[in-house]
Design a protein around this ligand. Sequence first.
Ligand code: FES
Ligand code: FES
Length: 207
Amino acid sequence: MARKSSSPGDESVTSGFSRRSFLKAAGVGAAATTMVGVGTGGQSAQVLGPDAVTFNLKVNGAVRAVTVEPRVTLLDALRNHLDLTGAKPACERGGCGACTVLLDGAPVSSCLMLAADAEGHEITTVEGIGTPEKMSPLQAAFVEKDALQCGFCTPGFVVAGTALLAKVPSPTLDQIKAGLAGNLCRCGTYGRVFEAVQAAAAKGKGG
Ligand code: FES
Ligand code: FES
């Protein structure tokens, strides 16, 4: 639907709803209930909430029960209920990649996903990729190449890089840049991050 051209302060739209009234309505709906598992035809829609519900999440190979309100994100469930703090809350709007985890092997922003929607999927966090005692080849390459400064973004880069190498074992530099394009490092350590991915790829182990 076309929007009227508007000044920054003019929130009217042709439908008769203003952006503010839409957000208010959406906020009320989110507080009351959460709909999860909606298929393309809506056939598997399930309405949960507003009270906490218990469901299972398969994280790093283990099935773990969580009891959370349906509005809770996967990121918060992992950090606050399962004590997995590797995924980091930074922008919390899908813009930085600090909260990246793997869902069935594909990188996702866990700040944008409801925990309840992750039920039935294989979730892998950076803790499941390796440990300080037994690092994955990519984690070891991050250490070897000194690919971090503050390190806050590092788990997200490791998770995204692991997904990239699983899909493209010998990526070009451009493929590495594209594979990590959803991750931001405020310190600007990109060069060393790219070197770490190249080093892990060269070892042919791919994380
Ligand atoms: S915290 Fe999720 S993308 Fe930034
Ligand atoms: S090392 Fe990534 S934000 Fe500093």
